[in-house]
Design a protein around this ligand. Structure first.
Ligand code: SF4
Ligand code: SF4
Length: 338
């Protein structure tokens, strides 16, 4: 595995690879001390439905649950089973496809990613620093067989956005996960049929944001998300790890979005102050879920997650507030004006 100098200021005395058991979605399942252990994020939905609240209607919840469908199925398929899903099994026994020009192979991968729905694609060497040390079950993660990571961003559907926090807006997030499932599985399968290793990944296995930054997709914002030039933070990320010979892309300058030092719109928009107001990025962590040792604006994921429970659905208010997302504020009911 190649080691690449980090784009971020990293305190090597402190920094350790992230253990995914610290992440809130894992803690919901494995940490009995976590406030929302084994709780259903939709538990307040019934109250909101009774109130007939705008943006929390029966239509909104039905569409939201429908949009999650493919991702829910994808999560239940063990990764080794995904690899057995191909129909033309004999195709895998053909000799390895010979890669004569890595630059052309990279262009082919980007074309294939775009064919399967990627809005932006970049390639980086696998940097062990951003690979999780353990998965949610406590199994150590070793990606030494994979040399490159193909990072793909999909644009979140703008139409339902603009009324966060609401179930109407959350439809975009749910649909995004379905698209990421579809995209990552198909790109990985294409590579396997060329005779190379490929492992699809959404939030699992490694930190998508620094990988995306190293692959040239954008920079890290105060918001704690990747900010892309094309869609701002209004993107969702997936990745494919592979040993297919490729040519890595160049990052866009340093890893931190400098404009965020002055702009604090995402922090002002957050109802629970989960986003830092500090002028400068720092090493100050906000919660045990944060991974210390990188200079950035740490968000407070507990505050954010708690708000999702109170709101009965996830939230995108900070994404909508970022000028780079290009989202206009509107009423949730407008989506259903047919
Ligand atoms: S998702 Fe909502 S609660 Fe979480 S940081 Fe953004 S605005 Fe705050
Ligand atoms: S809203 Fe402003 S501070 Fe927040 S990520 Fe976007 S540009 Fe940066």
């Amino acid at each position: 595995m190649d080691r690449k100098p980090s784009l971020f200021e990293v305190d090597e005395k402190i920094y350790r690879r992230y253990d995914w058991r610290k992440q809130l979605f894992c803690r919901t399942n494995i940490d009995p001390n976590f406030e929302h252990y084994k709780q259903d994020v939709y538990k307040k939905a019934k109250e909101f439905l009774k109130e007939e609240k705008e943006g929390y209607t029966r239509l909104d919840y039905a569409l939201n649950m429908a949009a999650w469908k493919l991702y829910q199925i994808y999560k239940q398929i063990p990764k080794d089973k995904i690899r057995e899903m191909g129909i033309f099994e004999s195709g895998r026994r053909l000799p390895k496809y010979e890669v004569k020009h890595t630059a052309r192979m990279s262009r082919i991968i980007k074309k294939v990613a775009s064919f399967f729905g990627a809005s932006i694609t970049g390639i980086a060497r696998v940097n062990e620093k951003w690979v999780y040390s353990h998965d949610c079950d406590g199994k150590p993660i070793d990606l030494s067989a994979y040399k490159y990571v193909i990072v793909m961003a999909i644009e979140m559907e703008p139409e339902p956005m603009g009324s966060s926090p609401s179930v109407t807006t959350a439809i975009s997030t749910a649909l995004g996960y379905a698209k990421l499932s579809f995209l990552s599985m198909h790109v990985a399968e294409f590579i396997r049929y060329l005779g190379y290793l490929a492992m699809e990944s959404i939030n699992d296995t490694g930190l998508s944001i620094p990988m995306a930054i190293e692959a040239g997709l954008g920079k890290l914002g105060r918001i704690g998300l990747l900010v892309t030039p094309q869609f701002g933070p209004r993107v969702q990320l997936c990745k494919v790890f592979t040993n297919l010979p490729l040519e890595p892309d160049n990052p866009q300058g340093n890893g931190i979005l400098d404009v965020c030092k002055k702009c604090k719109l995402c922090a002002l928009a957050c109802e629970v102050q989960a986003i830092s107001f500090d002028d400068e990025p720092s090493f100050h962590i906000q919660s045990p879920t944060n991974n210390p040792g990188v200079k950035k604006w740490y968000i407070n994921p507990e505050k954010c997650y708690h708000f999702w429970y109170e709101n009965s659905v996830d939230c995108s208010t900070c994404i909508e507030a970022c000028p780079y997302s290009k989202i206009e504020k509107k009423r949730a009911s407008e989506f259903w004006n047919v």
